[in-house]
Design a protein around this ligand. Sequence first.
Ligand code: NAD
Length: 244
Amino acid sequence: MNDRDDVTLVTGGSRGIGRAIVEKILEDGRRVALTFRSDPESVRKLEEIWGDDVRVFPFDLADRERPQSLIHEIETDMGPIGALVNNAGIQRSELTALMSDASWDEVLDINLGGAFRLSREALRVMVGRRRGAIVNIASLSALNGVAGQSAYAASKAGLLAMTRCLAREMGRRNIRVNAVVPGFVATDMTSGLTQDAIDRLRSHECLPDGVTPQDVARVVAFLLSDDAAGITGQALPVDGGVSA
Ligand code: NAD
């Protein structure tokens, strides 16, 4: 499926689940291009820590023009992109009856539109080489109703639908497209939740210790690897058993 020298592109790779994904892919001996949206200084420090196998590139998912130049810059600087992880995303907690059009549009545009636009550009280069893999980071909210998350859940459910369609479109070109479906993971995104809310989200977990960014990262790395050569169009929950 992929060449060991191919680059893995991870969006939002500077913190949280994205950072754990970058670390796991580096540990596996592969090179990573990661994108960041703000705080270039601290991101450049990551380049220093992680060394030559990592390059960082500015990217705002809301920018409709940027994906094309981003893919071109990465390939010019580092070589062929063999894998893409659509990890970056936003979450707003708002009751639907109180939600503005702008808020709905922003969440859908960043989480779903952004992944669509970047996948489109990445696929254009992967198709020519007839190899590649994409993993989309969805969410358990795509499967289970959560009050206050209708826009987020719709964006993640859309990501799962897009995953299945891309798998059908791209399979014959030897490109696999899968999704990972995390449950609750302690990161900046969930840091505003009260302990009560966290307990509620975790109350259906079968396993005792919760899910870490590293747990999600290992599954992403598996789906990108040749160990998953027979898997495409799937959504793999990493949720401590909530969906069991
Ligand atoms: P996080 O907030 O730490 O990371 C989100 C990343 O996305 C950050 O690097 C941020 O800079 C980037 N980002 C946000 N908006 C962006 C934009 N407009 N352009 C470019 N980058 C942007 O949160 P996380 O928990 O690490 O989330 C990573 C992914 O995992 C997200 O897609 C999230 O929806 C998903 N997820 C998280 C949980 C959880 O419980 N933490 C559960 C399910 C799914």
